[in-house]
Design a protein around this ligand. Structure first.
Ligand code: HAM
Length: 417
């Protein structure tokens, strides 16, 4: 878990602003859900046998009574919120996004944190392949906007409740004679949720899987048509993709489209962002089924890639004025002017330390990165003057103390007459 401050916090803020801007151009509206949920929100939906629920959830007892979990991912919380607030009932297509911290008790690694931030986008009440293509193109556009191009779009169809049972059976038959070669965890997976074996990152398990049947060979006619339409749309809007039949995703709720954006710049944790369709999830909350599709992107991984490329947006903000007030009388005089200008939207920094020397004040002014420094001491007060120094050119100007605020406002405000 990281602290974020200084220049890094400013860079994050700049990235966040750009992402929010793309999301709003695509018509996505923000939704915020609580950081704590009842544990069932995840165990009944993401899946009891998934790594996230089985090993990675931070849980706690609420006053010793109810079991709560720190949100490990956004989609299940989103769905809970939609259903609880009956937002799905209008039946119209709706678009939402969230930007929230997630918590997973994972083994820390490069690009894998225990508290990390996700931007997620979810589109509900539309089952078409166009909705899936929109979600993929939105994620693509976010990376393009930030000039990240070093990734591959990998897509797959994981079928539906109709086509998956036959595939599971075939996969089991294929794996049964080789069971002892699988890792301990995959041997358990074999019984409980065999498709998850496909997701195992261990080389020994991947070797066993060579030649295994592929889900795409078992798709029912509707899933096949949906997948075909998605590919057609992606081609039409010029998004290059790879078909990767091994993508099953580490969460239980997906059906049909599953996708990942992977980047070699990330090393072992190669997923920049990922998502898919989850039409059946609403039913697990006891609601009538309605279609949904979405993605989540990891902010830390995006920042890693941008850092590697030297493309972190820098929008360093600095004060417009630094008020170098030399002694108590100057502080008395400048204090209300600083506040008044700040209220009018001009960033002013000033010192409150009445014993600071002129040299120390000028050093502080320099360090603040301000555009102008306003210097006032007892001598200036006697002369009814203030010195205004342009910090870029070092040019100095004498201003009259009588109308100092008006003069400073005029210089600092783009809308001042
Ligand atoms: P996910 O694949 O678990 O999907 O996570 C999405 C993204 O979050 C990953 O691609 C990665 O960039 C980032 N991420 C995940 N775990 C970590 C971690 N420990 N440290 C840093 N970054 C991480 C979901 O969470 C689904 N809810 C996505 C979704 C939305 N599906 C439909 N709608």
């Amino acid at each position: 878990m990281h602290d974020l401050f200084g220049e890094a916090a400013e860079q994050w803020c700049a990235i966040e602003n750009r992402i929010r801007s793309v999301l709003s151009h695509f018509g996505y509206k923000e939704i915020r859900t609580p950081v704590l949920e009842k544990v069932e929100v995840f165990s009944d939906t993401v899946g009891e046998d998934t790594d996230i629920v089985e090993k990675q959830m931070y849980t706690l007892l609420d006053q010793g009574a109810e079991k709560l979990a720190l949100r490990p991912e956004g989609t299940a919380s989103f769905m809970r919120a939609i259903i609880e607030n009956r937002l799905h009932e209008s039946a119209a297509l709706q678009r939402y996004y969230y930007y929230l911290p997630m918590f997973r008790h994972e083994r820390p690694q490069k690009g894998r944190l225990r508290q990390f931030y996700q931007f997620g986008a979810e589109l509900i009440n539309d089952a078409s392949a166009e909705a899936d293509a929109e979600i993929i193109s939105l994620l693509h556009q976010i990376y393009q906007e930030l000039e990240v191009v070093e990734y591959e779009v990998r897509i797959n169809s994981v079928g539906c409740e109709e086509c998956r049972p036959r595939f599971r059976e075939e996969l089991k038959q294929f794996l049964r004679p080789k069971l002892s070669l699988l890792c301990e965890q995959c041997q358990k997976r074999f019984e409980r949720s065999v498709m998850r074996v496909l997701d195992c990152k261990k080389e020994s398990c991947q070797a066993v899987l060579k030649g295994a049947p592929l889900i795409t060979q078992f798709l029912c006619a509707q899933c096949e048509a949906h997948h075909h339409d998605l590919k057609k749309r992606l081609t039409q809007i010029q998004i290059r993709y790879l078909e990767d039949p091994h993508i099953v995703r580490g969460l239980d709720y997906y059906c049909r489209t599953a996708f990942e954006f992977t980047s070699e710049l990330l090393g072992a944790q190669s997923a920049l962002g990922a998502g898919g369709r989850y039409d059946g999830l609403s039913r697990r909350f006891g609601a009538k089924p309605f279609p949904a599709v979405g993605f989540a992107l990891g902010m830390e991984r995006l920042v890693m890639v941008l850092t590697e490329k030297g493309k972190l947006p820098s929008e360093r903000k600095t004060p417009f004025y630094y008020f170098a007030a030399l002694g108590p009388n100057a502080i008395d005089l400048l204090y209300p002017i600083a506040l008044s200008l700040k209220k009018k939207g001009i960033w002013v920094e000033m010192n409150y330390d009445k014993s600071k020397s002129l040299k120390a004040l000028l050093k502080q002014a320099d360090r603040s990165g301000s555009s102008f420094t306003v210097l006032v001491g007892d001598d200036e007060i006697k002369e009814s003057n203030a010195v205004l120094k342009n910090m870029n050119t070092s040019a100095q100007e004498i201003l009259n103390l009588g109308d100092l605020e008006a003069a400073l406002f005029k210089k600092g405000s783009p809308i001042a007459p």
